[in-house]
Design a protein around this ligand. Structure first.
Ligand code: HEC
Ligand code: HEC
Length: 503
């Protein structure tokens, strides 16, 4: 709470996704590549297979360049970004894991030195020493993963740390091992797919055939480790978190389903072109496999990041940097007095702290569209009920009059015409819009918190009564404040669904 707010126009989620995705791709490439190089070199040297050694030497250039230059740059970039986006959560990670970070940096330094020696040592070092350096490179890279894995999984499943505050409880948390083996599988798969990509450009001869099959084996072994460990990983995610994500059926579920399809596509490409017709593994196939592999990985990371919403550290800190333990105090005493860095615009400060870290007005997860054509009372009602909206938001951590202030702040920026005018609708089409805007955020027919039973099996008068009493059903549910035309359209719309159901 004692940090300034970084106010930029781009959505936070987008910036984070951009830098993090590049970094994790590269980091996992570097680890898998390390293993691939030393194993392939050992085999090639035993068989004195010169063509392959030449291929490996070329390949090692990429891995070294990538891990040294881009790995390091994007790694620092991530620190930069998370420190700006969520300083409070970054502080928790630093404080709790300071020795883990120190160890990680030590391993990274060893990794970099070994990588450089390995790359420049192909001709200058004896084969034995060259391989030893290669193993040092791989093992120190994997140890970095081991350590960072402890910290990343901590954010999703801090486990007993919440009560004990003990370093080891946080580090070896419930998702630690499943995630570690899953990521190791990903490293192996990525190494195979990348080696395939490079090999795809070779001319179609016997060497290519053998090399493509060898590389495909890596991709398939990686996939074979990834898929069961993914199921294991999901089973170790705290149940209440996972169930909440499933129920709202938004981002994490979409990401998950897409990732299954992608993994299947990748498997098919590898089996057909990698094993059955390896000479045909050309650059187009190579690029496709690469796209499938990276998309899969991106989708997995996207699921992992979104499944723990509304938290940044499960049960400990909300994604807007507010401590779960302090939420009640803020709700009783007001949030504003606890904000240390303020402007003179109180509503805008409150909006930033409470909503802005996850939403923009007009871009990423836009609020303007969600509220266009509504009124201040409705917006305030929604703010007081954010935890009932589908999509797993934190509760509003401020006092009621502060919700009012945020509502008027948002209201000044929305389209104030009536819904019928904004969207040029009438009749049941208008009614559907009214439902989507005023009810659908919390109740989806046949979906999230479905109210079909209560709404579709009653008379017109009863629906009217429900709208009159809307504010009394639940603290989180706002009153119906639409105008007479909207009210009538909404009732007609619900009645029209009603008829369809009975027919
Ligand atoms: C921790 C992040 C987070 C915070 C903080 C947050 N939201 Fe949300 N909000 C979400 C997510 C996630 C969704 C689900 C929609 C999605 O995934 O696109 C959502 C959905 C919504 C919706 C429904 C969107 C629609 O199109 O129907 C509204 C309205 C909304 N939020 C308003 C607010 C307001 C007002 C605040 C501040 C009081 C706020 N949110 C704070 C994450 C957040
Ligand atoms: C901010 C979220 C929110 C909005 C918006 C909202 N509701 Fe609700 N609604 C709730 C909650 C929470 C409850 C009570 C707990 C429950 O049943 O989930 C509830 C209860 C109800 C109930 C009675 C309980 C039942 O199971 O029969 C009905 C009917 C209902 N809502 C209809 C509506 C209609 C119609 C609208 C639009 C005019 C609407 N709601 C808008 C959150 C919301």
């Amino acid at each position: 709470m004692s940090y300034p707010f970084w106010d930029i126009e781009i959505g936070y989620g987008i910036i984070m996704a951009f830098i993090a995705v590049i970094h994790v791709f590269i980091a996992h490439f570097a680890i898998g590549g390390g293993l691939y190089l030393v194993v392939a070199e050992t085999i090639a040297r035993k068989k004195n297979y010169l063509l392959k050694l030449q291929f490996l030497e070329k390949l090692s250039k990429f891995f070294v360049l990538v891990s040294v230059v881009f790995g390091a740059l994007t790694g620092v970039g991530i620190w930069f970004i998370i420190g700006l986006l969520n300083p409070a959560a970054t502080e928790i990670l630093i404080h709790n894991f300071v020795w883990a970070w120190a160890a990680e940096w030590a391993f990274f330094t060893i990794e970099i030195c070994a990588a450089l020696l390995y790359f420049y040592g192909w001709k200058k070092l004896s084969p034995k020493n060259h391989l030893i350096i290669g193993w040092i490179y791989f093992i120190s890279a994997w140890m970095s993963l081991f350590i960072i894995n402890g910290i990343i999984t901590f954010m999703l499943s801090p486990g007993d740390w919440i009560t004990t505050g003990n370093f080891w409880d946080g580090f070896f948390n419930p998702t630690f091992w499943s995630s570690l083996w899953l990521r190791t599988g990903i490293c192996i798969m990525l190494a195979g797919v990348y080696a395939l990509f490079v090999a795809s450009r070779l001319k179609a001869d016997e060497f290519k055939k053998r090399l493509i099959r060898f590389n495909s084996l890596w991709a398939i072994v990686g996939l074979a480790i990834m898929m069961p460990t993914l199921v294991w990983y999901i089973s170790t995610i705290p149940k209440e978190i996972y169930d909440a994500a499933l129920e709202s059926k938004l981002t994490p579920v979409v990401a998950m389903n897409a990732s299954y399809i992608n993994a299947m596509l990748l498997g098919v490409v590898i089996i057909v072109f990698g094993f059955l017709i390896p000479k045909r593994y050309n650059i187009v196939v190579g690029t496709l496999a690469m796209i499938f592999a990276l998309s899969w990985f991106g989708e997995y990371e996207w699921m992992r990041e979104s499944v723990r919403k509304p938290y940044v550290i499960t049960n400990y800190m909300y994604a807007n940097g507010i401590d779960v333990a302090k939420a009640e105090t803020y709700q009783e005493e007001g949030l504003h007095e606890y904000i240390q860095f303020k402007t003179s615009d109180k509503p805008a400060d409150l909006f930033r702290r409470a909503c802005r870290s996850c939403h923009t007005m007009d871009g990423y997860k836009p609020l303007k569209q969600a509220f266009d054509g509504t009124d201040e009372a409705f917006i305030a009602g929604i703010i007081m009920g954010t935890q009932a909206i589908r999509g797993n938001m934190p509760p509003f951590v401020g006092a009621e009059d502060e919700a009012q202030m945020i509502a008027s702040h948002i209201y000044t920026q929305i389209d104030k015409r009536h819904l019928s005018e904004i969207y040029n609708l009438e009749g049941t089409a208008l009614g559907k819009k009214v439902y989507d805007v005023r009810c659908g955020k919390c109740h989806v027919f046949n979906g999230f918190n479905d109210k079909s039973e209560s709404l579709l099996e009653i008379t017109e008068e009863d629906i009217g009564d429900i709208l009159d009493m809307a504010g009394e059903f639940a603290e989180e549910m706002p009153e119906f404040t639409g105008d007479a035309q909207e009210r009538k359209a909404l009732i007609d719309y619900i009645m029209s669904l009603n008829k369809k159901e009975t027919e």
